[in-house]
Every structure is written in structure tokens, then in C-alpha cells.
Design a protein. Structure first.
Length: 170
């Protein structure tokens, strides 16, 4: 490297007259600050301004991701429900309906292959239906796959036809 520098110096710098060297140094003294400004300072200044604008949204995203990590960890450590056959699923739904005093409201409860139970209610309070469905989901892992709801003339009463599945079933 030293040899290259000495070769460059002798070839290009030493061969110049003293006046040319002074002009080159003045030119470099003028161009160096311009190069510094346009190549280093201005791009860094613009990038800083842009980063200051997006930093709040990145912080909010980081907080949201940390909350989701906590939620994933909580779900990961939640106990898995055992797998249910169709008959066990039907029995579980019947027992839950009995516990919630809904047995009289349920008119149909049929196995539906491959993994569902069809349930029909001719007249049931909508709020009661929602509470029971939420309870089935939270405690038993039973989900509503499809639901058809029709309003009845009585206030708050509905006719329901639904397919319930077990959450672990494919």
C-alpha cells in the first residue's frame, strides 16, 4: 500500500508545479465541505427526520407485538381439551342444555357426519342462546360452525338452526 501511495505521489502529485498544487489544494478545500454536506450530512439529516416521524408507530407496533406474545404464551400453557367422538359431543351438549334449563327449548339434536351436531330450537330467548353458546365454547371447546337465526313475533325470542362442532375436530 505504501509503495502504491509513493508511486501515485511521484506520478501525479510531484510532477505538478507548485502553483498547480496550490490550486488543487484550494479546489479540494472547496469541494470537501460540499461533498461532506451532500454525501453525508444531508442524507443523515433527512433520514433522522423520517425516523422521528415513524418512531411512534413503531413503538406502538412493538407494544402490540409484546401483548400478543403474552397472549400466545397464555394460550400455549392452557390445557388441551380431550378429543370427543360424535356421541360424546352430543351427550356433552345435552348435559350442558340440561344444566342451563334449555332442554325444553331444544327440538332437534342430531348427529351430523363427519364431526357436527345439528341443533334446532323453535323458540328460545336470544340472550339465553348466546350465553349458552359462549359457555359451550369457553368450558367445553364446542363452537358454532353455522347458525341460522329467525326472529319470532315475541320480543327477544328467536328460532335457531345451528351446527355445533368440537373445537379440536378438523
Amino acid at each position: 500500500m505504501k509503495a502504491r501511495w509513493q508511486e501515485f505521489r511521484s506520478k501525479h502529485w510531484s510532477s505538478r508545479s507548485a502553483q498547480e498544487r496550490i490550486w488543487i489544494m484550494w479546489g479540494m478545500a472547496f469541494l470537501a465541505p460540499l461533498a461532506y454536506y451532500f454525501l453525508l450530512w444531508q442524507p443523515a439529516h433527512q433520514a433522522t427526520a423520517k425516523l422521528q416521524k415513524i418512531l411512534p408507530s413503531l413503538r406502538a407496533e412493538s407494544i402490540r407485538l409484546n401483548q400478543q406474545v403474552s397472549e400466545v404464551e397464555a394460550l400455549r400453557h392452557r390445557p388441551q381439551l380431550p378429543s370427543l367422538t360424535l356421541t360424546e359431543l352430543k351427550n356433552t351438549i345435552e348435559e350442558s342444555a340440561t344444566r342451563h334449563q334449555l332442554s325444553a327449548s331444544i327440538t332437534t339434536l342430531e348427529l351430523q357426519e363427519p364431526n357436527g351436531i345439528h341443533i334446532g330450537c323453535e323458540a328460545i330467548p336470544f340472550a339465553t342462546w348466546l350465553a349458552w353458546l359462549r359457555n359451550l365454547q369457553q368450558e367445553q371447546g364446542i363452537l358454532a360452525d353455522s347458525v341460522s337465526i329467525s326472529a319470532l313475533p315475541q320480543t327477544g325470542m328467536v328460532k335457531i338452526s345451528a351446527t355445533l362442532i368440537y373445537g379440536n375436530n378438523p
